[in-house]
Design a protein around this ligand. Structure first.
Ligand SMILES: O=c1ccn([C@@H]2O[C@H](COP(=O)(O)OP(=O)(O)O[C@H]3OC[C@@H](O)[C@H](O)[C@H]3O)[C@@H](O)[C@H]2O)c(=O)[nH]1
Length: 417
């Protein structure tokens, strides 16, 4: 039985939740008032349609009808790549899940997939909201009895963070503060926080342990480090159970092909290496741009530790199960193996069967030469070990989804059919 051994006042219905939490901070959208209004109108329509189709819509909210002690997890960013995979795993394991997402980076189509897999009343609810709005967030918390929060929602491109640093500090650091304040105000006792290897910067010694000094070198890593610091300071006078997971480079997708990674095409220039390789393999872009060949590594390209998303969400569930009140656990989540960008591209060519054209460009601002993890602490303390360590196989699985979803989930604001 998934229970935290405590009873809470059961939540009221969320169906009247405002749709006002939209993120218009993207500089490209700023001056487009008409665009904002149209987007707001279409999102409102789409979300209402989705909620009407949702098994959780019919009143009263099934979430207010259950007294069965099932653990209720708030998954922020649950429409995104990692968040949706985590929500799938939680639902499969019998948890009750609420996804909060502003759809600025995530996809409604991913939520629809989850709803179709778990249509039973009281399993999954979706709330469209922006974590940058404290009042909205607090009302979501006060209307639901969350037992735990997995806080994934975040912008997460190193390159983009160097161009729009304020967006990163706001979206990552400030929004984490909002979530933490709402958790504290509503007595939510467990937090699993998505942090990153980017908080370490460019350490002199490899592999990276949790004691390696954190000296981030880009706004993304700095914003996450600041969020970690806020959480750590808060924890000193709190009985909240907290786990901070520092991910290395996440790849792959659901082995059963239900979910995948669908980054925004308009952010392609900032996108991660896996998406860039797949775009090149599909011929959507002319070729892959490898950014930097003069690093002090064995082949001149950056070295990263690629962790499969299935392993990553497993680490989250283990962290949730083993979180201890009043304590903070900090863990690297990686394979312990470093691979260069050139090695990654080679694996991607094999996985896709496409001889991807490669162009070599200068370094990307904010990049560090080499990071890979020492995962022994999480192996030992959470009994977690990466299982999907064959890079080519992980990329093959992701490529299958990419090929069968040429347009991702379709428009991010509509449901996959
Ligand atoms: O098109 C591309 C994209 C990326 N790259 C290179 O590939 C390497 C990996 O870059 P990615 O953008 O995929 O990933 P990063 O290492 O910058 O950060 C990533 O890992 C840590 C996570 O927490 C971050 O959210 C994630 O963005 C870098 O050397 C980068 O310069 C290219 O050569 N071409």
């Amino acid at each position: 039985m998934l229970s935290f051994g405590r009873t809470r006042t059961q939540p009221r219905s969320i169906r009247s939740m405002s749709l006002g939490g939209m993120d218009f901070s993207d500089p490209k959208r700023k001056n487009n008032v008409v665009g904002k209004i149209l987007l707001a109108a279409s999102l409102t329509a789409v979300c209402i349609i989705m909620l009407k189709q949702s098994p959780t819509f019919n009143s009263p909210s099934p979430f207010s009808l259950r007294e069965d002690g099932v653990i209720h997890v708030l998954v922020t960013g649950g429409a995104g790549y990692i968040g949706s995979h985590a929500a799938l795993r939680l639902l499969k394991d019998g948890y009750r899940v609420t996804i909060v997402d502003n759809l600025s980076r995530g996809n409604l189509g991913a939520v629809k997939v989850l709803q179709e897999l778990f249509p039973e009343p009281g399993r999954l609810q979706f709330i469209y909201a922006d974590l940058g709005e404290p009042k909205t967030v607090n009302s979501i918390f006060s209307q639901n009895a969350f037992d735990a929060v997995m806080h994934f929602a975040a912008v997460a491109y190193v390159g983009e963070s160097t161009v729009y640093p304020l967006k990163y500090y706001h979206n990552i650091t400030s929004n984490t503060l909002v979530v933490l304040e709402s958790m504290a105000a509503n007595d939510v006792k467990t937090l699993i926080y998505s942090s990153t290897c980017a908080t370490y910067g460019e350490p002199e010694k490899m592999p990276i342990t949790e004691d390696t000094p954190q000296v981030p070198i880009n706004p993304y890593g700095k914003a996450k480090k600041m969020a970690e610091d806020i959480i750590l300071d808060f924890s000193k006078n709190s009985d909240m159970a907290i786990m901070i997971l520092r991910y290395f480079n996440v790849i792959g997708s659901d082995p059963d092909g239900r979910l995948g990674e669908a980054p925004r095409p308009e952010l392609r220039e900032h996108g991660r290496i896996s998406g860039a390789c797949f775009d090149a393999a599909r011929g959507i872009v002319a070729g892959l741009k490898v950014k930097g060949t003069d690093y002090k590594t064995h082949d001149g390209t950056c070295i990263r530790d690629y962790i499969d998303v299935t392993d990553l969400v497993d680490a989250h569930v283990k962290a949730l199960e083993k979180a201890i009140p009043g304590k903070v656990g900090i863990y690297n989540v990686g394979t312990g193996m470093g691979r260069s960008v050139k090695e990654f591209v080679h694996a991607c060519k094999k996985a896709t069967g496409v001889d991807i054209k490669v162009d070599y460009l200068p370094r990307r601002p904010g990049d560090y030469a080499e990071v890979f993890s020492d995962p022994s602490k999480i192996n030992r303390e959470l009994n977690w070990t990466a299982q999907y360590t064959d890079l080519q196989k992980s990329l093959q699985v992701a490529w299958r989804w990419q090929k069968s979803h040429q347009n991702g989930y379709g428009s991010p604001l509509v449901m996959a059919s």
